[in-house]
Design a protein around this ligand. Structure first.
Ligand code: ASP
Length: 327
């Protein structure tokens, strides 16, 4: 048997029209992943699925990425197999961050961040001219609303000033903590993307994200951190979504893999690790997809988790489902 699962993020349930667009984008990615998996390997399948979701403006990766506090996009991505891993963090110009992560995988390094990631994207001809390329009107609006909640101001501070003055960050930072703790609905729109696959022999996982809304410039989430948001090892491949700080603090993906290695069935390993991790937080928001030779598990403690999976016998699809609630 071959397995593939994809996700379009764990978070709160968005309104009906946005939800259906996100579900469509995840369905399309699943189909692309299935087609690739029919004749190709797990690594090619997860990359093809994630590239397709990075290209969707309705998901938080590549085009459509979340905006940081100063209104710019900084993207993180990771790709992994049993043998290797590559990741990028804080890239502002990589056209498809997951493809850049694949390039890093081919070097001796594991994670390239910020300026270095952008330089690498340029030197491989994988960059776009401007960060604006990734910014959608919908996200500009979302950021404005979140800033309004944060500062209690309608118009806020003019964009030029926001970019120039550290004072803005000083003013906002203490409130940002408050916002994350008590009003996560304004920033955890989620829609991060990921895929995991088993091609009958090998496993692969990939995750890509713009991170959380209003993050401080330079903030890196769990997605590119091997063992936190993405992991392959101990016979299991995992991609997570949710509030990165929670996932990093609890090394969620590695804990799932440890429980699996300990002998728990895949479903129980995912569920136990996530419930244990969630107990540590007031407002836990996490989701994960996992595959092994045994099968597929999709689970979340967030309100919603847009995800889908397929099981294949040779080229025949024997099971296929996409949904935004899995518990
Ligand atoms: N985990 C991502 C991050 O914190 C966000 C998400 O999954 O929505 O960067």
């Amino acid at each position: 048997m071959k397995f593939i699962a994809v996700h379009g993020g764990a978070g709160r349930r968005s309104d009906k029209s946005v939800r259906s667009k996100a579900l469509d984008a995840v369905m399309k990615a699943l189909d692309i992943g299935i087609e690739t998996l029919k004749s190709g390997n797990a690594l090619d399948a997860v990359i093809a699925a994630v590239v397709s979701m990075e290209d969707s403006p309705y998901l938080n990766a590549g085009i459509g990425s979340a905006l940081n506090l100063i209104g710019e996009v900084e993207m993180d991505a990771c790709v992994a197999t049993e043998d290797s891993c590559g990741a990028v963090a804080g890239t502002t110009i990589a056209r498809n961050p997951v493809l850049l992560a694949k390039r890093v995988m081919e070097t001796d390094h594991l994670l390239i961040a910020g300026k270095g990631a952008d330089m690498l994207a340029e030197s491989y001809g994988m960059s776009v001219d401007s960060n604006e390329f990734f910014i959608t009107e919908r996200n500009r609006k979302r950021r404005k609303e979140a800033v309004k909640v944060l500062l209690g101001e309608t118009e806020g501070i003019p964009e030029e000033k926001i970019k120039k003055r550290n004072e803005y960050i000083d003013r906002v930072y203490p409130k940002l903590r408050e916002l994350i703790r008590h009003y996560s609905q304004y920033i955890s729109f989620s829609d991060t993307v990921g895929a995991v696959a088993f091609d009958g022999e090998h496993l692969a996982a990939a995750t890509s994200t713009g991170g959380v809304f209003l993050k401080l410039p330079g903030r890196v989430g769990d997605s590119p951190i091997f063992g936190a948001g993405t992991y392959v090892g101990n016979g299991i491949a995992i991609s997570c979504s949710g509030i990165g700080e929670q996932i990093m603090k609890t090394t969620l993906a590695k804990n799932i893999a440890n429980l699996y290695a300990f002998g728990l069935p895949i479903e129980l390993a995912v569920k136990s690790a996530m419930l244990m991790a969630s107990k540590e937080f007031e407002n836990p928001s996490m989701g994960a997809i996992a595959v092994s030779h045994e099968g597929i598990t999709i689970y979340h403690t967030s309100e919603a988790f847009v995800a889908g999976y397929a099981k294949l016998k040779g080229s025949e699809i024997v099971e296929r489902k996409v949904s935004d609630v899995w518990r």
